[in-house]
Design a protein around this ligand. Structure first.
Ligand SMILES: Nc1ncnc2c1ncn2[C@@H]1O[C@H](COP(=O)(O)OP(=O)(O)O)[C@@H](O)[C@H]1O
Ligand SMILES: Cc1ncc(COP(=O)(O)OP(=O)(O)O)c(N)n1
Length: 493
């Protein structure tokens, strides 16, 4: 059975030491779940210390390679790296223009100019040709020195300057710019996807203490192209690529490749047994991206106590009280989703869930709380304010409502599995798992997926932000009991 594995073409230089160029690209593409292809634009003789020599094939031979691939194979995304000279760039530009005329294949252009070792990988007189090629790209991924050349400015020394230059380049060339902060000093490594209006999405990782970062730029841009082919969304692709790259850098010191700046560990996560996710599914990537929130919830004293029955009665009742308050407004917000829904099916879905939420859940709470409904906590209020703030746009509101279904169902399935006849919270845990709620959760995910797939990039970004924020509020909400309150920022600021 076909799994719809996407075909990703790298057009780049060769690094025989395997850390950068097409070698890094092919490993990255494979690690991120794609089928990698490679057209070689230049051969370098380099290792972990630097580039010794460059040999550039004749441009007509590059053309032969490009046509051999495009005449036969459907290309789902292209990553472009080292191009060496203006002749190579001109040939590639003509081929790309023709290919994009017949199908809008997405293009990530890493405007490789100078290796970190200081060696030139692009002729100084090839800049104008590169600018013409940039008009055929969807995303540029320059590092700070490359960004400065493209923006005709001094190299940025702060993240604010990086963002300003990237915004200017995005406006000039009508592209997205993935601005990278790897060359800045500081304990963090920020990256951001930027368009002419500003930052679409920013991701930050800690700066890892390793000298083995050869080929990070090549690997990052290949991962981005691969995830985009799979999801059709740049913001999700950035999140997934950064997560993958950071783990590959974290595993770099496990390799023993050369005595200079070694490569990242492209396949280390696979070797460690991490599942190779190949689903081309936007919602799956959302779910993956909140993994740390989900494991944070699983680790809470409240959840562990509820699972093994050691949770104190007072903590349990505090939770129930806040839950009852939450559900009243949650039902109202679902009614609002019903009001905004463009189809009768969606309208009925949200109305039915609003009603079910009030009738079944609140009945249960009232029975247990004996009408002692407390004041809403700051944590509950913050979550509800967030939901209400998303109530003007249907797609964003659906994304904000989704974590309460999905996380509750996910946590609930594990809690219900731990239930037994003498469990002190037996009847409560039994409510956590029901085929009806599973069905509603699946439908809520499907509604979000359909909206996401049809949305423009801004709406997709806002949907993701709403989903991520609600997921964090779920964590804060579960962490309200005395045992968990320390050390958790409850999102109330
Ligand atoms: N020491 C590090 N720790 C964590 N991430 C890093 C480190 N060095 C580079 N990166 C990341 O690698 C990616 C590429 O980085 P950058 O150095 O800016 O580009 P290039 O490799 O093209 O010069 C960025 O996401 C950056 O944050
Ligand atoms: C053949 C080839 N292409 C590109 C580079 C540059 O690699 P990059 O990932 O930008 O980062 P550094 O390795 O320079 O840090 C290269 N060296 N070789």
């Amino acid at each position: 059975m076909s799994q719809d594995i996407k075909n990703i073409l790298s057009i780049a230089g060769s690094d025989p030491s395997g850390g950068a160029g097409i070698q890094a690209d092919l490993k990255s593409i494979a690690a991120c779940g794609g089928y990698g292809m490679a057209v070689v634009s230049a051969l370098t003789a380099q290792n972990t210390h630097g580039v010794r020599a460059v040999h550039v094939p004749p441009a007509p031979f590059l053309n032969e390679q490009l046509l051999a691939v495009s005449d036969d194979i459907a290309i789902d995304a292209i990553k472009i790296g080292m191009l060496a000279n203006a002749g190579i760039i001109g040939t590639l530009t003509d081929w790309l223009a023709a290919v994009r005329l017949s199908s809008p294949v997405p293009v990530v252009l890493d405007p490789v100019m100078i290796a970190t070792s200081g060696d030139r990988l692009l002729d100084a007189d090839a800049e104008d040709a590169l600018r013409r090629l940039m008009e055929h790209a969807d995303v540029l991924t320059p590092n700070i020195p490359e960004l400065a050349v493209i923006a005709r400015a001094e190299a940025a020394t702060t993240w604010e300057e990086v963002v300003i230059q990237a915004r200017q380049v995005a406006a000039t060339y009508s592209v997205l710019v993935l601005a990278k902060g790897g060359h800045l000093a500081g304990s963090d490594c920020p990256d951001a996807l930027i368009d002419a209006d500003g930052v679409l999405h920013e991701v930050v990782s800690p700066r890892l203490d390793t000298g083995n970062t050869h080929g990070t730029g090549c690997s990052f841009s290949s991962a981005l192209a691969t995830f985009y082919a799979r999801t059709g969304d740049w913001v999700q692709s950035l999140t997934a690529s950064k997560r993958w790259l950071t783990a590959a850098i974290a595993g770099a010191d496990q390799l023993r490749v050369g005595s200079g700046h070694g490569p990242v560990n492209h396949l280390g996560q696979l070797w460690a047994g991490a599942p190779l996710a190949t689903a081309n599914d936007s919602m799956w990537l959302w779910w993956e991206a909140i993994e740390s929130i989900r494991s944070g919830i699983d680790g809470l004293a409240f959840i562990r106590g509820l699972k093994d029955g050691t949770l104190g009665r007072a903590d349990f009742e505090d939770y129930l009280g806040q839950d009852a308050l939450y559900l009243r407004t949650y039902a109202r917000v679902m009614s609002r989703a019903s009001e905004l829904a463009p189809t009768t099916e969606d309208q009925r879905f949200w109305a039915a869930n609003a009603s079910g939420c009030l009738e079944e859940e609140l009945k249960l709470h009232r029975g247990r709380l004996e009408e002692r409904v407390p004041e809403p906590s700051a944590t509950t209020t913050a979550y509800l304010n967030h939901l209400v703030s998303c109530s003007n746009d249907y797609a964003v509101l659906v994304a904000a409502l989704l974590p309460c279904f999905w996380i509750y169902q996910d946590v609930g399935s594990r809690l219900a599995a731990a239930n037994h006849d003498s469990h002190p919270y037996n009847d409560w845990l039994a409510t956590y798992s029901s085929p009806e709620f599973d069905k509603s959760t699946a439908q809520a995910i499907e509604v979000a997926r359909v909206l996401f797939d049809a949305a423009d990039q801004r709406t997709r970004t806002n949907m993701w932000k709403a989903f991520e924020a609600s997921s964090a509020h779920e964590l804060y909400f579960f962490a309200q009991t005395a045992a968990d309150r320390q050390g958790v920022d409850h999102g109330t600021k």
